[in-house]
Design a protein. Structure first.
Length: 282
């Protein structure tokens, strides 16, 4: 398995550009972030072929010094012994045979490994959750999960508040809606500096009445931010702790309550922006 060493980024030089990643970069995205030189206390393996999950977990875990993090796109039967070394396995694949093999090994070897599963199903029945619990799955989630639930579950099993501390240190804005583009992107850079995950959604809008007459802050939560650019007829949504695919669904569904037409222009997330900056600095 290849390892990519990532240095601390400089938020002051961050460019808000979208980056396209090739398959090799994401498949081999692994991390040994150990600046203190001590032996990592926790080992986590993400087994997935989903690019958004690779980006998300890399961004969350890359600056946690006591976590040894691996991204794996597949495992053969001969390679299953890597599970023995893991404290947490996060699994999101259609290959149920591999999933069953990993769970069987955890049970047969009496391992303390925790198994998180992210399902591709559009919804989860209580029956599904109970069945997977019986199979040995410690935490079952949908792909369109809110990040808070995912992180709190991980922190619980790691006995660490590595991400909750970042959120508590984040200064709250007085307003959900901003009209100053500079101030809006200062907020974006602050989130990047504090390693808070977010997704950005940039739209052109058409409205029957002035955009300010709508109570569009109801589309988002109180800790999210919306930029209204009347001059260019653009809206930019900054959603905290939401994966991109899910965030786009939220906006599309909730905008239907208003007589506003949105045309997507660009979509990005914290990983895209930080990785763009690191590539430019490298």
């Amino acid at each position: 398995m290849q390892t990519i060493m990532i240095e601390q980024e400089n938020p002051d030089k961050t460019q808000l550009n979208h980056t396209v990643f090739n398959d090799d970069t994401l498949i081999n995205l692994s991390l040994y972030d150990n600046p203190g030189g001590h032996t990592p206390q926790v080992k986590i393996a993400l087994i997935t072929d989903n690019n958004d999950l690779r980006k998300l977990n890399y961004y969350l875990l890359k600056d946690v010094s006591d976590i040894d993090y691996y991204t794996i796109d597949s495992l053969t039967e001969e390679e299953l012994d890597i599970v023995d070394e893991m404290d947490i396995v996060i699994y999101s694949m259609e290959d149920h045979t591999l999933k069953d093999a990993i769970l069987h090994r955890i049970k047969a070897q009496n391992l303390k490994t925790r198994f998180f599963m992210i399902s591709n199903k559009p919804y989860l029945r209580q029956k599904d959750i109970l069945q997977e619990h019986i199979n040995g799955v410690d935490k079952l989630m949908k792909m369109d999960f809110f990040l808070e639930d995912y992180i709190l579950s991980m922190e619980k099993y790691l006995h660490s508040n590595f991400y909750s501390k970042r959120l508590l240190a984040l200064e709250e804005l007085d307003e959900v809606i901003l009209h100053d583009r500079k101030r809006f992107y200062e907020r974006v850079e602050e989130l990047m500096e504090k390693k808070i995950f977010f997704s950005l959604f940039h739209y052109k809008y058409q409205s029957e009445i002035d955009i300010g007459d709508y109570n569009i802050k109801k589309i988002v939560r109180e800790h999210d931010t919306i930029l209204i650019d009347r001059e260019n007829e653009e809206l930019v949504f900054l959603l905290l702790n939401v994966v991109p695919e899910f965030g786009a669904k939220i906006i599309k569904k909730r905008i239907e309550n208003f007589t506003i037409t949105l045309t997507p222009l660009e979509q990005s997330n914290a990983f895209d922006l930080v990785f763009s900056s690191e590539k430019e600095e490298g």
